[in-house]
Design a protein around this ligand. Structure first.
Ligand SMILES: *Cc1c(COP(=O)(O)O)cnc(C)c1O
Length: 461
């Protein structure tokens, strides 16, 4: 008998209800892809076998969350679900005052409008699309202060979400602390590939901002995933639970915006949280204009109930180990097959380096877009491009040529099994085997805004 050398973990749940998937054949996929203009965003979900387009709003809710939906108190004002949500956020995250919103960007809109004045500078650990746009719409300018390692796909530094304090200090010296309303800190930095910030770095940032009278606003969309990496990788943190770490992270910040469609395991919802009464008072007033009354903020009572329950489930050690563990499982499988991916493996997905995968396709023939199309053709797995198409054009009309040309495999929470991960990795390996035969694309339709959603392509001869 072979000796047992390891003990595996397994999903900390069992399946009570299933959603049947449509299996697709090669001819059908070829037709669907052509009709979608070789853009995975334009595929109909019915033509997709395994959908890795995003982890946003795609989580499977638990039986307890579904039961909570039936406890929706749909009163216009003062729904009991709001008070449950408020109490949950106070106890799990530690923030004092909360405003529910329809999703993360609703919270970003309100907070940016209150805190940012025209000409202000908002330093942050890498931009996020909607976050930066709301900062700009409020009259501010975003400045990236993430460490250089975050921009290097090969670099295996364990905390690529860290802030470079010397970059922040330079901004403070140049503009003065008065023009910096807050530092915008994301946990599990999305655009860097789900890379965490360390507790040590956050503590140092807290000390620095305290001295200079600057707030820290926390984009806490994936805070539990960040806490897991701290527990696994940061010296002296192994004995703490995810729950303790999440609360500690939040304690070094002054307020937060949250897209509950990610970590918090719901299909829709978000909130803004703040410890400062004056900011809260203004937000409570402003939410009425943009979202709805301050005790529902654009959500049904049942949505708030599902969110309150989802928040508690999201900080469970077994849950987060399986969630991130599944992503790591897929990533390690790809590495075994020799697939070039961004390292270290992040919390919410795998990013395949298309430039290295298809070195014969120049970036102006949409390397990552062509690879995403090819993977769909092979197996019906839907991924998305994060490269030259997503980067768009400069104001002078020239294309941005981003350093990173990636295909993103985002894993929904609690939705797919380990066998699905095997199918995905094997499909990518198969495509890798015949990579020399893959051709680039040409863009035949380009919309003016956020072109990656709607652009159309044709294969080059
Ligand atoms: C998704 C996301 C947001 C925006 O939230 P929505 O719920 O999509 O409006 C903000 N920040 C980060 C890091 C995100 O991933």
């Amino acid at each position: 008998m072979k000796p047992i050398t390891k003990r595996s973990w397994a999903e900390p749940y069992k399946i009570k209800m299933v959603e049947l998937l449509k299996m697709t054949g090669p001819a059908q996929r070829k037709k669907a892809l052509k009709e979608a203009g070789y853009n995975t965003f334009l595929l109909q979900s019915e033509d997709v076998y395994i959908d890795l387009l995003t982890d946003s709003g795609t989580s499977a809710m638990s039986d307890r969350q579904w039961a909570g939906m039936m406890l929706g108190d749909e009163a216009y004002a003062g729904s009991k679900n709001f008070y449950h949500l408020e109490e949950t956020i106070r106890s799990v995250y530690g923030y004092q005052y909360i405003i529910p919103t329809h999703q993360g960007r609703g919270a970003e809109n309100i907070l940016s409008k209150i805190l940012i004045k025209k000409g202000d500078i908002i330093p942050g650990n890498m931009y996020f699309t909607t976050t930066r746009l709301h900062q700009e719409l409020a009259g501010g300018k975003f400045e990236d202060i993430i460490i250089d390692e975050a921009h290097q796909p090969e670099n295996e530094f364990p905390f690529k979400g860290n802030v470079d304090l010397s970059k922040l200090d330079r901004l403070v010296k140049k503009y003065g602390a008065k023009r910096i309303p807050y530092v915008s800190i994301a946990t599990s930095v999305n655009m860097a590939g789900g890379q965490p910030i360390s507790l040590q770095n956050l503590k140092e940032l807290r000390a620095y901002t305290k001295k200079n009278g600057i707030r820290i606003i926390h984009d806490m969309t994936r805070v539990a995933e960040n806490a897991y990496f701290i527990q696994q990788r940061e010296k002296g943190q192994q004995h703490k639970s995810i729950k303790q770490l999440v609360k500690e992270i939040c304690s070094y910040t002054d307020g937060a915006t949250m897209s509950a469609k990610k970590d918090a395991l719901v299909n829709i919802g978000g909130f803004m949280a703040i410890n400062d009464w004056d900011v809260f008072e203004e937000a409570r007033n402003m939410v009425v204009v943009y979202e709805g009354l301050h005790t529902y903020g654009g959500l049904a009572g049942r949505d708030m109930e599902a969110m309150a329950i989802g928040i508690k489930e999201s900080v469970d050690d077994n849950h987060i180990q399986a969630r991130v563990g599944q992503v790591i499982y897929l990533g390690e499988k790809m590495i075994e097959y020799g697939i070039p991916i961004v390292k270290p493996i992040g919390g919410h997905g795998i990013f395949v380096d298309a430039k290295k995968f298809l070195p014969h396709i120049p970036q102006n023939q949409f390397t990552a877009q062509a690879l995403a199309a090819e993977i769909y053709l092979d197996s019906g797995v839907r991924t998305m491009e994060r490269g030259i198409v997503s980067a768009g054009r400069k104001t002078n009309g020239e294309n941005y040529y981003p350093k990173l040309e990636l295909v993103r495999f985002t894993i929904p929470r609690r939705v797919y099994t380990q066998a699905h991960m095997d199918v995905i990795a094997e499909s990518v390996a198969r495509v890798y085997d015949r990579r020399q035969k893959i051709k680039g694309l040409k863009m035949v339709y380009e919309p003016k805004y956020l072109r990656f959603f709607q652009a159309r392509f044709e294969p080059l001869k």
